[in-house]
Design a binder for this molecule. Sequence first.
Ligand SMILES: Cc1cc2nc3c(=O)[nH]c(=O)nc-3n(C[C@H](O)[C@H](O)[C@H](O)COP(=O)(O)O)c2cc1C
Length: 204
Amino acid sequence: MKAFDSDSQTERSRIVARAVAVTANTALAPQRYERQLLDRYQRGELTIDQVISLLDASTYQVLYHSVAAQPFDEAQLQALLERSRNFNGRHSITGILLYSDGRFVQLLEGDEQQVRQLYARIQQDPRHTQVVTVSEGPGPARRFADWSMGFGRVAGLEVAEALDLVVSQETLPAPEVAEPYLLALLQAFGITPAATQLGQAEKG
Ligand SMILES: Cc1cc2nc3c(=O)[nH]c(=O)nc-3n(C[C@H](O)[C@H](O)[C@H](O)COP(=O)(O)O)c2cc1C
């Protein structure tokens, strides 16, 4: 499909390369979702205006926790993840799922209608109960643009502590967190876990 008559593919590639170079190592550096949009622009499938309006579209986010009806074994977790990544990838939903001792924490983000519909289905899923919404609403930008559904297995206590921090918006003291997905979840909510030496956290 041709998006431009005047803009050649070479020109679009140069524009993208320049944008990527200028933003490298800054907070604006394009992540996976943004890269996908830029690739589509490069291929002439999207105009730059379409890319900008997709990037500007505010993201709707849901964070919840729940309890597995029966503990999930490895095969069940993998099946759930495979299904989720497949569906989420096709609907531009990104996020993170943490599992610990029969408890789930999940953050979903994407288009409001898509996220609400998916969350409604997840809430009805008999494989878990006690689904509690921690926060829900529009967010400024994708926090997990890189993951159609990042997955981490964490110690129960860490999840509980992390959720307490997210809910209370507390800044101090944050626990030391080693698990990368949990770390990412905390950072997404502006909580920087304690530096080992200082035992303090900053709110970013
Ligand atoms: C903890 C948990 C998280 C889930 N996360 C997702 C998800 O991110 N994406 C997804 O498509 N399905 C997810 N599911 C599965 C959905 O609940 C549901 O089974 C799936 O969307 C199929 O729905 P359907 O049977 O009505 O078609 C999750 C289920 C559980 C228990």
